[in-house]
Structures are given as C-alpha cells and as structure tokens.
Design a protein around this ligand. Structure first.
Ligand code: ADP
Ligand code: MG
Length: 384
C-alpha cells in the first residue's frame, strides 16, 4: 500500500492531484483497563496505517471515497449530518462535525482513504481513519493544532458522533507515535515519554479471530461498573480518591473486607497494572527486554484471573508464545474476551515464532490466527 498508488487512485476518480497524509493504528504493550481510571498505558504506533489523499474543490462539497469499502459519499459542508448512520462514513464525518463545533470550517474537498490496519481487530483502524482525516482537513483549512489537541478532537468525535466509548490512548498514539519507541502515557495529564524499542525487537500481534463479548460490549461495561463500585467503597475510607489511579495496593487491601470479591479483584487488576506499566517503563529505559517480558506475563495473568477478561483462545496463544525461542513476553491486548495478543519477539526469531504459534493454535482450535508483525512507527503527518 504506497501513498503513490493511492494518489493515482485519487487522481483517476477526482481528476486532481492530492496531497497524501498518513495515520497509524496502534497496539498496547501494557496497561490494560487503566486509561478509564486515568492511569498509565504503554502503546506503540504500528506500521499499519490509513492514508488520506486530499485535493481542494471550489464549492462546499466534501466527497469522501474509501478504497477499502469501494464506496464514495458526498457531504454538504454547510449542512453536515448531525447523527450517525451506522456506516463507515460516520468516522470521517464525525471529525468534520467536531471541527465545525470548534469553528473550523474547511472549504470543499475530495478525499480518498485507504488503510491496511485490519478493521475491527482492536488495532484501532477507527482512530487511524479519524486522525488521517483530521490532519488532511486541518492542513486544507490552514489550521495548526498540536498533536494532543488533534487526538482530543478525534476522541470527542468517536465518543459523541460515532457513539463508541473509546479512550484517548488510540488517537493519541496515532498522533504522537515515535519510530522505534513505545509511548508511556499518563492518561490523567496526557504527559508522555517515548521509550526506546529498537527494531531488533518486533511487535508481533496474533489475532485469535474470536470475540466472546456480548453485543454492545456487555462484559466490558460490567467491568467498568465493578471498578466504579470499588472506587465508591474506597472513597468512604479515602475521600481524596477520584479514580483507582489515586489508590495504592496497600490501601485497596485494607478495604478488601468491605468489597465483594469480584469488585476487589477488578480493582486489584487496575491498581497493580499501573505499577506494572511503570516497572515496564523502567525496564525499557534500561533496555531490559527480559524483565519487560516477565512483567507482560504478570499483566496477562492479572487480566485473566483478576479482571477476568481473557479467554481460552488468548490464553492458549500466550502459552504457545512464551515457549518460543526469542519471545520476551506475551499478553492479551485490547478490551479482552478474545481479540489479539501482543508479543515482543527478537527479529531474527520472528519467522519461527509466527510459524510455530500459528501451527500450535490451529492444531488446538482449528482456527487460523492472523498474525501481523510491525516495528514501532511514527505518528500521523504528511507523507514525505
Ligand atoms: P478497530 O478500531 O479496532 O479497528 P472499530 O470497530 O473501532 O475497530 O472501527 C472499525 C471501523 O472503522 C470500520 O468498521 C469502518 O467503519 C471504519 N474504518 C476503518 N478503516 C476504514 C477505511 N480504510 N475506510 C473506511 N472506514 C474505515
Ligand atoms: Mg476502534
């Protein structure tokens, strides 16, 4: 998928030369279910991305063509829709809708979108589309915003127009990613630090191809409610607590007898996960991938046993992974109940890793896992 070929597609369709931008998908290395408690996460931007190509028009129409869906929609920028349609175009439209609320009203344009982030696999194709649209349209409108501001616009768009309760991590990583680095993000202050993740260590993502969550993410919302219940109980003892970010493991354990076991365990996952992210960051600063991998494994066990958001298939992928030579660590990544695992693998062992994990998984489940490899990549911007 080259920017040049998408520019050619754009030219054939719209008859004009466009400028190309890109925005990556992301994977979370560690820090699961901590963002909604204003805690710490550590994602990396992937070299899977959405490319957007934009050329100006002389009217107030926005034509948006998705190569992936082979479909074009047309909007009147003076009368943008105010509601979602349940269609892919909700994602680009949502960004225009938010920009308009912020007083940013671009002139008409033609836009082509093409992505190789797998759709709906938890690698955030949605944020990559939103960010790719935002950077193209902002440049077209002559408006300069900081990357964190663009990320907030995209999160607002997805939350309030598309209607998905996604966090800041996805658009933030797509905007602020740094080549050969993971990002340690404080989800409360949005301060972040790029930590070295050299290209000798590959991010290998194994898609279990299963999703056990109920329609509408029932379990996901239940976990959030359990964490909220934990916070309420903690606040009776510690009035200054706003979220689990403010709680130490010792404080939580002191309140254990006041909590139902499930509430305690969900809270314990979040509180200890924040600690693990900080310990993992310290390991990366030292270049200690062995230690980083051990912490990833602890994080997986906590997702499985305390947060109860893993499943047989992702547990199996992790078990297979940690037995492979050159695998530093493996864990479930994303919301849970299926989806993907993230594995840190020495580049020279990646071929064998992929072969063996794929074969072992298929033998046990009769499912063919999709496996993607990536190094940590730069965030969104114009394509050079
Ligand atoms: P994820 O973000 O994990 O990939 P989501 O369900 O949040 O999954 O977002 C996937 C949706 O984003 C797709 O169903 C589609 O509507 C939209 N999308 C992603 N990539 C593209 C693209 N290249 N063109 C148009 N829409 C896209
Ligand atoms: Mg998404």
């Amino acid at each position: 998928m080259s920017a040049q070929s998408i520019q050619e597609t754009h030219h054939k369709r719209f008859g004009t030369q466009g400028i190309a931008y890109q925005a990556p998908g992301r994977v979370n290395l560690i820090g699961e279910h901590t963002d909604t408690s204003e805690g710490f996460v550590m994602p990396a931007a992937l070299d899977l991305r959405t490319i957007s190509v934009l050329s100006p028009r002389s009217d107030t129409t926005a034509n948006i063509y998705s190569v992936n869906f082979d479909e074009q929609i047309s909007l009147d920028l003076q009368h943008l829709p105010s509601r979602r349609r349940g269609h892919w175009s909700d994602y680009p439209t949502s960004v225009l809708w938010t920009l308009e609320q912020r007083g940013i009203r671009p002139a008409g344009f033609d836009l082509t979108l093409s992505g190789n982030v797998p759709l709906g696999s938890g690698l955030s194709s949605s944020a990559s589309v939103e960010v790719a649209v935002a950077v193209a349209v902002l440049a077209h409108a002559g408006t300069t915003l900081t990357k964190p501001e663009i990320a907030k616009i995209c999160q607002f768009s997805e939350n309030n127009f598309v209607g998905a309760q996604s966090g800041i991590m996805d658009p933030f990583t797509s905007c602020c990613g740094v080549e050969n680095h993971a990002l340690l993000i404080d989800c409360r202050s949005l301060e972040y630090e790029a930590l070295p993740l050299p290209s000798e260590v590959l991010l290998v993502i194994c898609n279990s191809m299963v999703k056990h969550s109920l329609a509408g993410g029932g379990e996901y919302n239940q976990r959030r409610a359990e964490v909220q219940a934990g916070v309420k109980i903690l606040q009776q003892h510690y009035p200054d607590v706003h979220t689990l970010r403010d709680v130490t493991e010792e404080q939580l354990r002191r309140c254990e007898s006041d909590m139902a076991e499930d509430i305690f365990r969900r809270s314990l996952h979040v509180v200890t996960e924040d600690e693990r992210v900080l310990a993992a960051a310290a390991a990366l600063r030292r270049g200690d991938f062995e230690k980083f991998g051990l912490i990833m494994h602890d994080a997986h066990i906590s997702m499985r046993d305390n947060y109860a958001a893993s499943c047989l298939e992702t547990d199996l992928l992790v078990e297979l992974a940690v037995r492979q030579p050159g695998c530093f660590g493996a864990r479930i990544t994303g919301g849970g109940f299926g989806g993907c695992t993230i594995n840190l693998v020495a580049a020279e062992h990646a071929d064998g890793f992929v072969r063996n994990v794929r074969a072992g998984y298929e033998e046990a489940t009769a499912i063919q896992a999709e496996i993607y490899r990536s190094c940590a990549s730069d965030g969104a911007g114009p394509v050079a």
